[in-house]
Design a binder for this molecule. Structure first.
Ligand code: PLP
Length: 452
């Protein structure tokens, strides 16, 4: 009985895997919102360092991980992979359940896997300050940690709802030297406009992104960093799945199903893409399922069309599953999943039915998260509980059908700073929440962006 499967530092992968090289239908190009013509990578230059722009558009199958980045990774990588024997017993299922645990990073989630290389490439190009947004505070923490390592200033726009709910996330960022502002803020035109119309606005990732971009675009030595959605972010996260393949091999097993929670797609891509590579290269039939909240269901109920990545419409138009860029999700606790759209690569994969998606209600995910904590000890981040809800569904299906499948999921972060969320759940303050057909239609109808 092996509960914990470890790798040594030398086994940290040397390359990131770029799934674009293997996709049967390549992602459609981003468009200039004014001309509706495809835009080239050069238009991203005011916001991102050149090396990351190259990674955004590369079609090479693998990208070398710089030695310096691998050295920093070794502070917490390789991360452990566990067999969830206790959870299996709790569920009385014939399924075998494994999880990859990304909560061992200094900031408690998978986010430093991309924050570190992003800060590294910015440093190489002489950038002095990086601005960003954060929802639950996980991405802001990761970028603060990485910027501190490379001596770069970090300015974080934190969705107001989380800013108020999670004071300790803010203090964490301050500890690594970052400046944190509640968004919408009065520091940007975008923020001031929104506050003028709605002084009590609790913010959204889309608004915080607009604020961070506005700040970066207005200063030459400042760049912007995004913690999800973009191709280079997903590329960096593939370190997770590549390690997981080595670990599953050591366990003498291979998953039939790979599951991860879904906000913009980075941790899902991180664990799933290397397994999808096995489907492409070796003809395996591993099912990959993205788990999203039913109060922000872009994959299961959104439309596939061009839309902006932010609320104010400052980004290029991207082909994605979306609920509409000014959709403000209900104030659920899984801050990292409150985003209106899905990354371009994942959207194309879903359109082509190469991956699946499932939505879960607020109540259901906290029940799943609490069950997991009781069985396995680790208290999952509210985002991660969505993946666990899908795991439980699949494990129960195995039980009903009397078949044993191997399930692997990404426990992308711990919930140690999310006690307010668990408190609300225990006090009965978390209610079932599902969007009506009407609400979704209204938000999507407002779009005047190109249909695909
Ligand atoms: C940011 C975050 C998410 C959502 O973002 P993805 O890009 O979809 O991974 C999910 N879980 C945790 C713990 C996060 O920090």
């Amino acid at each position: 009985m092996r509960r914990k499967i470890l790798l040594n530092e030398k086994e940290i992968p040397e390359k990131w895997y770029n799934i674009i090289a293997d996709m049967p239908n390549k992602p459609l190009p981003p468009l200039n919102p004014e001309t509706l013509n495809p835009i080239g990578p050069e238009s991203l230059a005011p916001l991102f360092p050149m090396e990351l722009i190259k990674q955004e558009v590369t079609t090479e199958k693998y990208v070398e991980i710089p030695d310096e980045v691998r050295k920093i990774y070794s502070m917490w990588r390789p991360t452990p992979l566990y067999r969830a024997y206790n959870l299996e017993k709790f569920l009385d299922t014939p399924a075998k359940i494994y999880y990859k645990y990304e909560g061992v990073s200094p900031t408690g989630s998978h986010k430093p896997n991309t924050a570190v290389p992003q800060a590294y490439y910015n440093k190489l190009e002489g950038v002095k300050k990086i601005t960003t947004e954060t929802g639950a505070g996980q991405w802001g923490s990761a970028l603060s940690f990485a910027c501190n390592h490379f001596d770069i200033d970090c300015e974080v726009y934190m969705v107001k709802l989380s800013f108020d709910h999670k004071p300790y996330r803010k203090i964490m960022m301050n500890t690594w030297g970052a400046d944190v502002y509640a968004s919408p803020s009065d520091r940007t035109l975008v923020g001031r406009n929104i506050l003028q119309k709605d002084p009590k606005n609790t913010g959204s990732l889309g608004i915080a992104i607009s604020e961070a971009i506005e700040r970066a675009a207005s200063d030459d030595s400042t760049k912007y960093a995004l913690g999800s959605v973009l191709n280079h972010v997903k590329l960096h996260q593939t370190i997770i799945g590549q390690e997981a393949i080595l670990q599953m091999e050591k366990a003498g097993d291979m998953p039939d199903i790979v599951i991860a929670p879904f906000g913009g797609g980075s941790n899902f891509s991180g664990i799933a893409f290397p397994f999808l590579r096995l489907n492409f290269d070796e003809g395996k039939k591993i099912r990959c399922i993205a788990s999203e909240p039913s109060s922000c269901p872009k994959l299961t109920r959104g439309v596939f069309r061009y839309d902006f990545g932010d609320t104010a419409g400052m980004t290029p138009l991207l082909p994605m599953y979306t609920l509409g860029h000014d959709f403000i999700p209900a104030p659920i606790h899984a801050g990292g999943l409150r985003y209106h759209g899905a990354g371009v690569i994942v959207s194309q994969l879903l359109k082509d039915k190469l991956i699946e998606a499932k939505a879960h209600d607020n109540m259901e995910v906290f029940s799943a998260g609490t069950l997991f904590a009781k069985a396995e000890g680790i208290i999952p981040a509210p985002e991660a509980t969505h993946g666990i809800a899908t795991v439980i569904d699949e494990a129960e299906k195995c039980k009903r059908e009397g078949v044993s499948k191997t399930i692997l999921f990404n426990l992308c972060g711990h919930g140690n700073f999310d006690m307010k969320a668990y408190q609300d759940y225990f006090e009965g303050k978390i209610k079932k929440h599902e969007l009506s057909e009407e609400e979704i239609k209204n938000s999507i109808q407002k779009l005047n962006t190109p249909i695909i």
